[in-house]
Design a protein around this ligand. Structure first.
Ligand code: AMP
Ligand code: ZN
Length: 475
């Protein structure tokens, strides 16, 4: 399996640290708003990478953080007249709903920055002890960038070029730094902001330290893959390397993977430019499986421009696959009910099944070439064409089932659900409605409670009132 490694700027053969295991860390969102579809790109891409490794038999430990202390969160809390924790908790929940809608599986661990402060203080202390960091007079702790000899190895930047760029980037308080290249590990609190005790001052961490600390805590000093959007290469990931390798003395991550931007009108989609759609906006117009399919229709290192036209084409492509799966399901039911129910594979069917294996190989070859999902999707379409031409009411159930399994194996790796074209209710939506029904019953508003039960029933969700509370299942 080949992975393009940002460190070497080349495709390298993947070799795990520990046989059969993959330890990966993906930088997650800052939670001060609904996530936008640009943020969704790394989520979908690296979830697919994880699924492919699992398909190959690896045990994957996947860690992805939520940045829940940050200037933008504090600003949003002030605007809303609330506190940072309320803002971040709310948007973590909303983000999880969006992930579920996009069929992005929860990470093995989703650590939050505010719950890892002790680890950050420990790592910063180590860096100070090693002479790689220092406390300035106002209590700010800076990383002594020039003392880390490999600084720039990921972004392929030269320290002196950086130096000339930095001159234009003067920020307040910078005069306290020994060198303009030094970056913040810990900073003093400001009025009204959340803060923690530390050996240096009451304050809060800089942004970069959280990922170094969480990665070490949940995955160890050395990991296989560290990933995120390409805007994170510099300075975020470069600084993470300086922190982690500075503290541990060993290579932090063997492979660094970065996705290109999702653009709109050929400009990066971002909250600060204001040119973004949230996943929630999109979910009102499209099935989120279409969004996922659209994202995977391009290679992750190519920029992808968002447009309704491309979403329509993704929607049509997905429909073609779904129709094929529906047809197969129909033929299978008929074959089971008919006189061929017990029939084994005919010779002709055996030959066709052997032929169809070529599409699975084609799919794997594409995925193993740096996760080329665009080519992998072409292989799925070829399999669909093959199935459409080589199935009929005359086939055995076994043959049809085997083809159906092949198709779903591939679509499961892509994380595409084939069931139904219409929007399926999410678990979280169902649970929200159940909570509303419980509240209605508490207020003795039984009419509303019944209305909710009926609404759920119409969507195929059956409620069962038990002594332990309400249970639900899909009919
Ligand atoms: P942020 O909340 O800005 O820290 O971003 C969370 C993740 O989304 C990071 O991996 C970013 O690199 C990624 N990201 C943000 N905007 C885009 C975009 N327009 N296209 C692709 N990835 C993005
Ligand atoms: Zn990070």
């Amino acid at each position: 399996m080949k992975i393009f490694n940002t460190l070497s700027r080349s495709k390298e053969e993947f070799k795990p640290i520990e046989e059969g295991k993959v330890r990966m860390y993906v930088c997650g969102p800052t939670v001060y708003n609904y996530i936008h579809i640009g943020n969704a790109r790394p989520m979908i891409i690296f979830d697919t990478v994880r699924r492919y490794f699992e398909y190959k038999g690896y045990e994957v430990k996947y860690v992805s953080n939520f940045t829940d202390v940050d200037d933008k969160i504090i600003k949003k809390a002030i605007e809303d007249g609330t506190d940072s924790k309320t803002v971040s908790e709310r948007f973590i929940e909303e983000c999880k709903k969006d992930m579920e809608g996009m069929n992005v599986r929860p990470a093995t661990v989703h650590p939050k920055a505010t719950e890892e402060i002790d680890g950050m203080i420990e790592m910063i202390s180590t860096l100070i002890d090693k002479g790689l960091a220092y406390r300035a007079a106002d209590g700010t702790v800076y990383y002594r960038t020039r003392s880390f000899k490999d600084y720039g190895k990921l972004s392929h930047k030269n320290l002196d070029d950086l130096r000339s760029g930095e001159r234009e980037l003067k920020v307040t308080g910078e005069d306290q730094k020994e060198d303009p290249l030094d970056f913040v590990l810990w900073k003093p609190k400001k009025e009204g902001e959340p803060y923690w005790e530390s050996p240096w001052c009451e304050g809060r961490p800089g942004w970069h330290i959280e990922c170094s600390v969480m990665s070490k805590k949940y995955l160890g000093d050395q990991i296989d893959i560290h990933a995120g959007g390409e805007d994170l290469i510099f300075p975020h990931h470069e600084n993470e390397i300086a922190q982690s390798e500075g503290a541990s003395g060993v290579t932090f991550s063997n492979y660094w993977m970065h996705n290109a931007f999702l653009n709109i009108d050929n400009r990066k989609m971002s909250k600060s430019l204001g040119n973004f759609f949230t996943v929630r906006d999109i979910s009102e117009r499209y099935d989120l499986q279409v969004l996922r399919f659209f994202m995977l229709s391009a290679h992750y290192r190519s920029p992808l421009n968002f447009s309704d036209e491309l979403m329509e084409s993704a929607s049509n492509g997905l429909d073609r696959i779904r129709k094929c799966a529906e047809n197969l399901a129909f033929l299978i039911e008929n074959a089971k009910a008919g006189d061929k129910s017990g029939a084994g594979l005919s010779d002709a069917e055996q030959t066709l099944l052997a032929d169809s294996a070529a599409f699975v190989t084609q799919f794997e070859t594409a995925m193993e070439d740096d996760f080329n999902t665009a080519d992998a999707i072409s292989a799925v379409f070829e399999l669909v064409k093959f199935i459409n031409t080589n199935t009929s009411g005359a086939n055995s159930a076994e043959y049809l089932n085997k083809l159906s399994e092949k198709l779903t194996t591939l679509t499961d790796i892509l994380g595409i659900k084939l069931g139904g074209g219409e929007k399926e209710m999410l678990d979280s939506e169902i649970e929200d409605l159940i909570a509303q029904r419980n509240a209605a019953r508490k207020e003795k508003n039984f009419a509303r409670a019944d209305e909710i039960r009926d609404e759920l029933l119409s969507k195929g969700i059956v409620l069962e009132d038990t002594r332990e509370g309400v249970r639900w299942k899909r009919a």
